[in-house]
Design a protein around this ligand. Structure first.
Ligand code: MG
Ligand code: MG
Length: 245
């Protein structure tokens, strides 16, 4: 069941979104070779608590962290660990929080020191594909228009679009209807209406789209790197508004 949000509810989500945006900026500045993802997780936890929010990932289905920290071939859901980041890696930080009952969810892939051109391009294309999707998030379109735009942008450049994980509606719950795949047919799916709030989140692989999952772990099948870029986006009377940017 899709829950449309009123302008007053979107105003609340604007606040939670802004806190998450700033939290991610705070974390991005702290990504360096030698830092452990557990340390970044502590920074995130402190930041969220200090801003009168609750971390939404911590304990969700038993998840042990405030952030998902996914390095290189880990697509999503990586556990924060004591392992130190190394020059040349890419780190996807996914984070969620709740402010006064309203959820925000966003992710960035960050370069650790000097990174290969190939990885840089993957990260940049993943980010671009999100904006291609957002361009389609408008009244009169259907959900498949968003999915198709993301898929086309990435596949035209030879990348693999992850199928096993998708975006989602968001509001009082982190995961609401509808699911938002990063692949699909233009002109298909639910109609996009004012009040719809979505977490649009391309997960893009350098090689094959196929992934291997075991428990929480989700990795690329061929061991090549993967990037993730996500924002919480509301459709208002004035068009799509990115709440976490
Ligand atoms: Mg997320
Ligand atoms: Mg999400």
């Amino acid at each position: 069941m899709i829950t449309l949000k009123s302008p007053a509810e979107i105003e609340c989500m604007r606040k939670s979104g802004a806190i998450l945006r700033d939290c991610l900026l705070f974390l991005e500045e702290r990504v360096k070779p030698g830092v452990s993802t557990k340390r970044l997780d502590e920074f995130a936890h402190d930041y969220i608590i200090r801003h009168d929010c609750k971390p939404s990932f911590l304990g969700y289905g038993g998840f042990p962290g405030t952030i998902c920290a996914s390095v290189d071939d880990v697509v999503v859901h990586g556990f924060p660990s004591d392992k130190r980041l190394q020059e040349g890696q890419i780190l996807s930080i996914d984070c969620g929080l709740i402010y006064k009952g309203w959820q925000a969810d966003a992710a960035r892939t960050v370069l650790v020191g000097e990174v290969s051109e190939e990885k840089k391009l993957l990260v940049e294309t993943t980010r671009e594909s999100f904006f291609k999707g957002v361009e389609q998030f408008k009244v009169g379109n259907r959900l498949g228009d968003i999915s198709h735009a993301v898929q086309e942008h990435c596949e035209a450049r030879g990348y693999g679009i992850v199928r096993s994980m998708v975006g989602h509606g968001i509001g009082r719950e982190m995961h609401e209807d509808p699911p938002v795949p990063n692949y699909g047919k233009a002109g298909h799916g639910v109609k996009l209406e004012v009040g719809l709030v979505l977490a649009i989140e391309p997960m893009v692989n350098l090689g094959t789209w196929q992934t291997v999952e075991q428990g929480w772990s989700c990795k690329t099948k061929d061991g090549k790197p993967s990037a993730h870029y996500e924002n919480t986006v509301a459709l208002t009377e004035h068009g799509a508004e990115i709440l976490t940017l």
